[in-house]
Design a protein around this ligand. Structure first.
Ligand code: PMV
Length: 311
């Protein structure tokens, strides 16, 4: 039996503008995992693969799944890169990363599954290959993914990402704490990306100006992460949130959690990922983690996660 894992992720700065060529920063969240187990399945049909994912009610032979099924797609494309195997395989996926909430659940499944399959046959797909394979699947979720999710999850390091360019991993000078709060409202990325696209078509110049401002925040955030002080990240999150609100991707529930975190002493807070639901993040000093967690719960967060961002 072979077991492989991948973490979740949050986007710290630059979501949406990243689809339009501006930079973004994302970090892995090691408190969240997708685990994939691959076992030989001697009783199975020769050369076939049986897939199980209890969380989404999946139990099927690969040959029965449609072309555009995400799990089937990553399994087929990973198998194509591996030497052919005779015994059937059984693949089991377990994940505690909530779906459609901006925490990278789709990319985490793709990366853990491709990693487990390669290790099962004694090979190790490098991060670049895992990222490429997962990117193909991301395209099924929404037509124009920037590629940031598959990049940060396959590299498992903080990344500075510009669409179409090789990712740069960031060295974090002063580790800093984040609290993540879930609105509990599922928000498919495709919808948020589609609504930003609509605004961009209607007001191209205005939206390009907003994206430029986001790019400027991201570059200043990179400097604060690499050279300090990390405390600047809070006010940069607040600036980024104002720009995201103007793009129309925040929501009442996100705004409520963001204000609660700030009132409880967070250095700053913003939505993270596609928005319109899903998760928000707050940058906090260590002594404010607990008060912010409690404030978020009090304001209706269905789940909170405290995570330390380190090199
Ligand atoms: O909702 P998530 O975490 O998948 O993030 C989407 C991030 C966007 O910038 C909105 C889209 C993208 O492809 O980068």
């Amino acid at each position: 039996m072979t077991r492989a894992q991948s973490p979740g992720k949050v986007i710290l700065f630059g979501e949406h503008a990243v689809v339009y060529g501006r930079p973004a920063i994302a970090v892995p969240v090691r408190e969240l995992h997708t685990t994939v187990e691959v076992t030989d399945f001697p009783d199975g049909r020769l050369g076939d693969v049986y897939l199980e994912s209890p969380a989404v009610g999946l139990q099927a032979w690969l040959t029965e799944l449609p072309e555009d099924d995400a799990v089937a797609r990553i399994t087929r494309s990973a198998l194509q890169r591996l030497p052919r195997r005779e015994p059937a395989l059984r693949i089991r996926i377990e994940s505690d990363i909530p779906i459609a909430s901006g925490l990278g659940s789709g990319a985490a499944v793709s990366v853990a599954l491709a990693r487990a399959l390669s290790q099962h046959v004694g090979l190790v797909f490098p991060a670049r290959v895992l990222s490429e394979l997962a990117f193909e699947v991301e395209k099924l979720h929404h037509g124009t993914p920037s590629g940031i999710d598959n990049t940060v999850i396959s590299h498992e390091k903080p990344v500075y990402f510009v669409r179409g360019k090789p990712p740069e991993t960031l060295v974090v000078r002063e580790p800093f704490d984040l609290v993540i709060g879930d609105t509990g409202i599922p928000a498919p990325t495709a919808e948020a990306v589609g609504s930003v696209r609509k605004r961009w078509i209607e007001d191209r110049r205005g939206m390009e100006r907003s994206f430029d401002s986001v790019g400027d925040v991201v570059r200043r955030a990179r400097a604060a992460i690499e050279a300090g002080p990390a405390s600047l990240l809070g006010s940069l999150m607040n600036e980024n949130q104002i720009l995201l609100q103007a793009m129309g991707v925040s929501s009442d529930e996100l705004d409520r959690l963001i204000s609660a975190a700030r009132l409880a002493g967070a250095l700053g807070a913003k939505l993270s990922g596609g928005g319109m639901g899903g998760n928000m993040i707050a940058c906090v000093t260590a002594d404010r983690i607990q008060p912010v967690v409690e404030a978020l719960r009090g304001a209706g967060a269905t789940r909170t996660i405290a995570t330390l961002v380190e090199p």
